[in-house]
Design a protein around this ligand. Structure first.
Ligand code: CMC
Length: 430
């Protein structure tokens, strides 16, 4: 094996440069020495959408898209989904190791005791229109938390970071559930500390007049598994937003508002809703071949298929399919599931999808499950934001403690006009 370096020859000057290769990457800043003369700024790389640029070193989640592998802190997602709980997985993401029993008990108590939100937050949730999108409400309320906890500014104080982390993981479900109750005109249901994280979330969403809400154990566990699957996913759009905004050293509530806003976009948190709409449009199993023909003609996309990173079955989609069976045992089978199963069967045997390496992703089945559990489509991205909060705060802390990191500030290639003189409006003609 040769040296861990890359030799680049600049054909403009004939000069050669040796750039070190570390962890399969060269440093972008090493390109800057490549100049045509003293006036030259130096070479930069152009990489819109970060298609081939690592923005950080991370020890949190690992994806191998060709093999269909996802691990959190080294643990395969399949093992966590089968044997862990969301709160234990959140601990793993935030702290780096699985907790000992006493540490898990303390973490669970801390999260449980931070679920209540200040009564004033209810007042501004009240101020939203009855049909306000719950994701819009969540973006605003999580950002507003920074005004309730001004000490959150002390981002380099480990104790402050620890408390804000607990508060964020604990309060996201409460704000999300209150946003939902507001949209259906129901009184807010307060957290119940006797219930699990997901059991309590279901309580705050669906409690009616009963004195004590009893979540269905199968649905509670299914939601917990879905939360585990959504907890982190390396440098996706919202995580990048969390790190980028957090790099300005703003408090974590403001950074989480930015991450939540990124997740609101249809290309990120909205694909499972698009799957439901597609399945409703198809309407019945006999109309699937027509739809596949339209996909192959490039008229429409098969929503819930394909991924920027996974070029194999998304490992989360495999687990979700099993969860779907458990949920439908309780809720009864959804007509959309039959269409989805047949659509998947046809697509996976079709040359177009095989040659394009298009496989079901996490969103292909998640929307059908959420719908069967009684969630309206507006709540789908919210159900993504709640569990992703653990990943966001883990990535935010890692960024703050990483000595390589500074305020995120990309370069640009300026293609606008060269210097020109201002002309008063009266002299510009019409
Ligand atoms: N249906 C049909 N053709 C597709 C699809 C699809 N769902 N996805 C990609 N292709 C084709 C595309 O037409 C292109 O073909 P060609 O090379 O012949 O022009 C090729 O595959 C590559 O597509 P791309 O758009 O360049 O791939 P990308 O990596 O930029 O896009 C994607 C990834 C997820 C945006 C895309 O696959 C897609 O639009 N899928 C449907 C939406 C969806 O399910 N999104 C959820 C993603 S998972 C959520 C998460 O992890 O956060």
């Amino acid at each position: 094996m040769g040296k861990d370096s890359l030799t680049v020859t600049d054909n403009r000057t004939g000069k050669s440069y040796e750039l070190p290769i570390e962890d399969g990457t060269i440093r972008g800043m090493d390109l800057r020495q490549i100049k045509t003369g003293p006036e030259d700024f130096g070479l930069m790389s152009y990489d819109p959408a970060f298609m081939n640029t690592a923005s950080c070193k991370s020890r949190i989640s690992f994806i191998d898209g060709d093999k269909g592998i996802l691990r959190y802190r080294g643990y395969p997602i399949e093992q966590l989904a089968e044997r862990s709980t969301y709160l234990e997985t959140a601990y793993l993401l935030v702290k780096g190791e699985l907790p000992k029993p006493s540490h898990l008990a303390a973490f669970t108590t801390n999260i449980t005791h931070h679920t209540i939100i200040h009564e004033n937050i209810k007042l501004f949730i009240d101020g939203f229109h009855y049909d306000a999108h719950p994701m819009g409400i969540l973006v605003s309320t999580v950002g507003a938390l920074s005004t309730f906890y001004p000490e959150a500014k002390k981002i380099f104080d480990p104790e402050s970071r620890r408390i804000q982390t607990h508060r964020l993981i604990a309060k996201m479900p409460t704000m999300a559930a209150f946003a939902y109750r507001h949209s259906i005109g129901m009184p807010y249901a307060y957290p119940d500390n006797d219930l699990s994280y997901t059991g309590n979330f279901l309580n705050m969403l669906f409690k009616m007049t009963e004195l004590k809400y009893q979540p269905n154990p199968a649905l509670e566990r299914a939601l917990d598994v879905l939360f585990i699957l959504h907890a982190d996913h390396e440098q996706n759009c919202s995580t990048n937003a969390m790190r980028s905004v957090g790099s300005s050293q703003v408090d974590p509530y403001s950074a989480t508002a930015a991450a939540t806003a990124a997740l609101y976009g249809p290309l990120h948190g909205g694909a499972n809703e698009a799957v439901i709409r597609m399945l409703m449009e198809i309407g019945s199993v006999d109309r699937i071949p027509d739809y596949i023909t339209r996909v192959k003609a490039g008229e429409v996309r098969l929503m819930g298929f394909g991924h920027r990173v996974y070029k194999n079955y998304d490992p989360r989609a495999k687990i979700i399919k099993e969860v779907a069976d458990e949920v439908f045992e309780v809720t009864g089978r959804s007509a959309l599931l039959d269409i989805a199963l047949e659509l998947e069967r046809i697509a996976l045997a079709d040359d177009y999808f095989i040659s394009h390496k298009l496989y079901p992703n996490v969103d292909f089945y998640s929307g059908i499950i959420y719908q069967a559990m009684g969630f309206p489509m507006d709540m789908f991205p919210v159900l993504f934001a709640i569990p992703r909060t653990a990943g966001w705060v883990a990535q935010w802390s890692e960024m703050l403690l990483d000595e390589d990191q500074k305020i995120a500030r990309p370069r640009q290639i300026y293609l606008g006009p060269d210097e020109r003189d201002y002309v008063p409006v009266s002299e510009r003609g019409d």
